[in-house]
Design a binder for this molecule. Structure first.
Ligand code: UD1
Length: 422
């Protein structure tokens, strides 16, 4: 899949106004697709977002011997009796999240070779907790020739305490433990809604997991799982992005398809900044009538403020009235994108994992580069609050997390166009 370089031309000044419907979560669907490896037969997953990562994950699964069909928002995965245990570099290198096949392969086959993708623009992403967790279940884990290699005669349940509630490590350990002998307890487990979504699907396949959404997950191993149908949970990060877009542009956006309970802290911070937030059965509305007040943000694992919305918080702080401190506690290099905001006139300084920002009434348009998915969306939000036309380069990052982003922005009243780049 060759992607032609494109940029976005974002005209500043519009107040977003209208409705937007959010589809399934990127950070859920990729793990749900990997979970299909755990059961022979045909699994279907609906409400899948139309983003490049879904076909890329489909390729990873095809490389493991599955038949995969992506049709609109439904992905159908036909898993063979004996999938391959080797996810090689060409497939994995294009999608960091493909490391989530490690747990299911260990659970199902007791054997896995999963190539390690390269570095990531948002900071280091080691796999020590993934490996230690699988080791505690009785596997031998090592890094060899650029791949993580796991072997186990039979996985056995164990108690595992994570040093940090890593989303990826929790998911891999759960997906290995569902077919282990005996009971596994994960302490300090990640509590993200995407973990609960995965647990929901696994239980639908016949797994016995309790404690989803709490720091303690208990998994009673079963002999086998059966294929299922599962609907992907709505994307709270995309929903949260629209909430911030409403606030940054002093507009009004009704978001459908996301559970407002999954955004409790971000919506509370927006209320502190002056927004009016109302909940609806299928989402919420955010309205900002005046210039936002500066508020502080601290990223931490769920249920605290998500690191994936930190760039949107920075965009808001850059135009708020007053001084904000934004603290990043999850990914070390996530502030790289602040340099781009500074090109737009933001009054921001970085000190370690704190960003200090004094809001300006208006930013000034500039050519800027998306450094990752969320930074890209943050720059578009900043562009909406700038004078003139902001050029956001490297749009492919944004496309990996935001289906129909330009169409949605346009329908909310913004003037945003895609154009060929270079
Ligand atoms: C997932 C999300 C990502 C989100 C992040 C935190 C996907 C595809 N991505 O990433 O969008 O920003 O959760 O909510 O779902 N760590 C270790 N050792 C490990 C594992 C992680 O040190 O073995 C560190 C990481 O470097 C990072 C922190 O733990 O600093 C959090 O990482 P983790 O929660 O694992 O994030 P991901 O699952 O990679």
């Amino acid at each position: 899949m060759d992607v032609q370089p494109e940029k976005l031309l974002v005209s500043g000044g519009a107040r977003l106004d209208g409705d937007v419907t959010v589809t399934g979560a990127k950070n859920s669907v990729l793990k749900l697709m990997a979970a299909a490896l755990l059961a022979e037969g045909t699994t279907t997953i609906s409400n899948c977002p139309r983003i490049l990562d879904v076909p890329l994950m489909a390729d990873v699964l095809r490389g493991l011997g599955c038949r995969v069909d992506v049709d609109g928002d439904v992905v159908t995965i036909d898993t063979p009796q004996e999938p391959s245990f080797h996810a090689d570099f060409p497939a994995v290198s294009r999608l960091r999240a493909s490391v989530c096949v490690l747990g299911p392969l260990m659970g199902r086959l007791g054997r896995a070779i999963v190539a390690l993708p390269g570095g990531d623009a948002i900071g280091s992403r080691p796999l020590d907790m993934h490996q230690n967790g699988l080791q505690a279940l009785g596997a031998t884990m090592r890094i060899e020739h650029g791949a993580v290699v796991g072997e186990a005669a039979k996985l056995r349940g164990a108690t595992i305490e994570l040093d940090f509630p890593s989303v990826g490590a929790t998911e891999n350990i759960v997906m290995a433990a569902v077919l282990a002998v005996g009971t596994t307890t994960i302490e300090n487990a990640a509590r993200e809604p995407e973990i609960a979504d995965l647990v929901h699907m696994l239980n639908g396949m016949g797994a016995r997991i309790t404690g989803a959404g709490t720091p303690t997950l208990v998994i009673d191993g079963v002999d086998r799982l059966s294929p299922t149908h599962h609907r992907t949970v709505g994307d709270r990060v995309v929903g949260g992005t629209w909430a911030f877009a409403a606030a940054v542009t002093r507009g009004r956006v009704r978001v459908h398809g996301v559970d407002a309970d999954h955004l409790t802290v971000p919506l509370e911070r927006l209320v502190a900044a002056g927004a009016v937030v109302s909940r609806a059965p299928d989402g919420f509305e955010v309205r900002m009538n005046a210039r936002p007040r500066a508020v502080d943000f601290v990223t931490l694992p769920y249920p605290s403020f998500p690191t994936d919305l930190q760039p949107m918080a920075l965009a808001l702080a850059a135009v708020s009235d007053g001084h904000s401190i934004i603290t990043e506690n999850v990914f070390d290099a996530r502030f790289r994108f602040v340099e781009e905001l500074i090109r737009m006139g933001a009054d921001a300084h970085i000190d370690g994992h704190h960003a200090s920002i004094r809001g300006r009434d208006q930013l000034s348009s500039a050519p800027v580069w998306a450094t990752d998915i969320r930074a890209g969306a943050g720059l578009v939000l900043a562009g909406l609050a700038a004078d003139g036309v902001t050029e956001v380069h490297d749009v492919f990052h944004i496309d990996r997390g935001y289906p129909d982003f330009v169409q949605n922005l346009t329908s909310l009243g913004a003037t945003v166009e895609r154009a060929p780049d270079r």
